[in-house]
Ligand binder design. Structure first.
Ligand SMILES: C[S@@+](CC[C@H](N)C(=O)[O-])C[C@H]1O[C@@H](n2cnc3c(N)ncnc32)[C@H](O)[C@@H]1O
Length: 223
């Protein structure tokens, strides 16, 4: 994303007072500038107008990125982390985003009712591996004709990148870098078979950016 756009969005996460904590401001500015995630999702959703459910939305950066690119479909973000949902609500209100809502939801308890497009971005790895297929199935069920399912995830495809991803995850766990460590990544063949069974066309595109991670964008749609 162009630096000026990233800066404009990140300003919504500045603290109320000048001495407040600027972590979210710096995080969102860097993430929006450097991560190919949001341009990749916007490319997949452009031309659609159905509401978007953003599963594991964090602080809701996708909502800001959509509006910055003129995509005005209704947006609902859900995340297990209540403080992040609080920040997401505050940031969206500060930026004056319309038709945007955020709720605390644990996807392990089931996805909320929805009919439209669904985004699941960098979330599957935090769901226990034996529940990932169910989360994907629930996301598929919520995709309407004309909608898109957009997933970004690491893939357990036996590649050098997949091994590097796993090593970095183990290291992060040991060093307690991340509050919750990834639990595992889906197998691409199993995912492809699941989309096929559900009658969805899916395209898998590498979305590594400048990272060592084995990140992929998956876009699935009903025929
Ligand atoms: C790496 S962040 C990605 C945030 C956002 N999707 C993005 O791309 O900017 C992973 C998010 O998944 C959320 N998450 C993890 N487990 C979850 C669960 N069981 N239910 C809902 N959200 C969950 C975390 O709270 C976190 O905000």
């Amino acid at each position: 994303m162009p630096p000026a756009e990233a800066l404009r969005i990140a300003r919504a996460f500045l603290p109320e007072r000048w001495w407040g904590n600027r972590t979210l401001y710096y995080y969102s500015r860097a993430k929006l500038r450097t991560d190919p995630l949001y341009p990749g999702v916007i490319e997949a959703l452009r031309g659609t107008s159905l509401p978007v459910l953003d599963v594991g939305c964090g602080i809701g950066l996708l909502a800001h990125a959509l509006r910055a690119q003129g995509l005005s479909m209704a947006y609902r973000g859900v995340d297990i982390d209540a403080p992040k949902i609080g920040e997401a609500r505050r940031g969206a209100a500060r930026a004056g985003l319309h038709e945007v809502a955020f709720d605390v939801v644990d996807v392990e308890d089931g996805l909320p009712a929805h009919h439209g497009s669904v985004a699941v971005l960098d979330v599957l790895q935090f769901v226990p591996p034996d529940m990932q297929a169910d989360v994907v199935a629930q996301a598929i069920d919520r995709v309407a004709p004309g909608g898109r399912l957009v997933i970004r995830t690491g893939l357990d495809d036996g590649s050098t990148r997949a091994r590097t991803t796993r090593r970095i995850d183990v290291l992060s766990r040991v060093l307690h870098w991340m509050p919750s460590a990834p639990k595992g990544y889906p197998n691409p063949d199993a995912l492809r078979a699941q989309f096929e069974r559900a009658g969805l066309r899916a395209t898998f595109t590498p979305l590594f950016g400048n990272t060592p991670f084995n990140n992929w964008r998956i876009v699935a749609a009903r025929d």
